[in-house]
Design a protein around this ligand. Structure first.
Ligand code: PGA
Length: 316
């Protein structure tokens, strides 16, 4: 049986996450020699190196990666235990670790806000990143729940649809196509196009449609942010495809318009997912139930009308 203390595992896990003894020491408020010596003792009791050092950067060995995954499970279980104890005492306390794709940031904080009013004692870590990076987080089991619109099929997941996520062609309000109906998708080939960065789920959905319809657009600009794309469209740099959710915040409704293009909107849906086999914490489970319950009523998703789910975005 390997002799390791919880403290040594914590020190190892923090070092592995940062790839640095110094940063681990900072996070844990201990000295850097203490971190090195704890990792050294752990290495000795395991009998295999856990890190390789190249320059100043630490890289995990195979044994180190295995131990990192084990540490995550151990600490998850302990966190869950603490949350269960709090629950048994009649309080919901603990941390909710949520990771969402960039486009979901337009509505997730709103529902988190109302969830927190019900459970004021919980802490939330909300990671916002693009589709590809979110999948990498899933592989590493870094979060409790994920919200995205195209769950991968090569990871075993439990997923539930929560809301529509229509992707629309967006142009400046004074664009010559703004008043036209039923614009053929091939017409987009004659327009300068602004695309999300590679790794974006929105881009993936758009590329799939263009490939299916054999449409090849002239990409003038690639941008890693929906907000930057909106500004670029408003600035006359071209048109783009964005989730309707990105168009809700005030300030853009007057400048942008969703075009009536054939095959659009692309009908995506938002899913809340977690790793199959993962034991959800009390808090994560409470949030999941809250999300599913309120997604049905829709009134919680500000900016959408309860009646038909259409946004306040003007469509011509
Ligand atoms: P994105 O993902 O923010 O990476 O474009 C959106 C999605 O999953 O649809």
């Amino acid at each position: 049986m390997i002799q390791a203390t919880l403290h040594q595992l914590k020190v190892f896990e923090t070092t592995a996450r940062h790839g640095s003894f110094t940063k681990a020491a900072e996070e844990l408020s201990i000295t850097q020699p203490t971190v090195s010596s704890q990792v050294k003792q752990l290495t000795q009791s395991i009998g295999l190196p856990l890190f390789e050092q190249i320059g100043k950067q630490l890289y995990l060995t195979d044994a180190g990666r295995e131990l990192q995954a084990t540490c995550r499970e151990v600490f998850d279980r302990l966190d869950n235990f603490e949350m269960k104890v709090a629950d048994l005492k009649g309080a919901k306390q603990g941390k909710l670790r949520l990771a969402v794709v960039t486009t979901a940031k337009y509505f997730v904080p709103r529902i988190l806000g109302s969830f927190c009013q019900h459970y004021p004692d919980i802490d939330i870590s909300l990671q916002v990143t693009n589709h590809q990076k979110l999948i990498a987080r899933m592989w590493e089991n870094q979060d409790d729940l994920y919200i995205l619109s195209q769950p991968p099929d090569d990871i075993a997941l439990c997923s539930q649809a929560v809301l529509d996520n229509p992707l629309v062609v967006v142009a400046r309000r004074d664009h010559p196509l703004a008043n036209q109906k039923n614009i053929p998708i091939q017409r987009l080939q004659h327009e300068p196009f602004i695309m999300r960065e590679s790794g974006s789920g929105t881009r993936q959905a758009v590329e799939q449609l263009f490939e299916k319809r054999r449409v090849s657009v002239n990409v003038r600009l690639e941008l890693g942010s929906n907000e930057a794309i909106k500004q670029a469209v408003a600035g006359g740099l071209g048109m783009s495809v964005l989730s309707e959710h990105t168009l809700m915040p005030e300030g853009t409704l007057g400048e942008l318009v969703a075009l009536d293009v054939q095959d659009f909107p692309i009908q995506c849906r938002w899913y809340v997912v977690y790793l199959a086999g993962k034991q959800l914490s009390v808090i994560a489970d409470a949030f999941l139930q809250y999300l599913l319950e309120h997604a049905q009523s829709r009134s919680i998703w500000e900016g959408r009308t309860a009646a038909n789910g259409k946004t306040a975005l003007s469509r011509r």
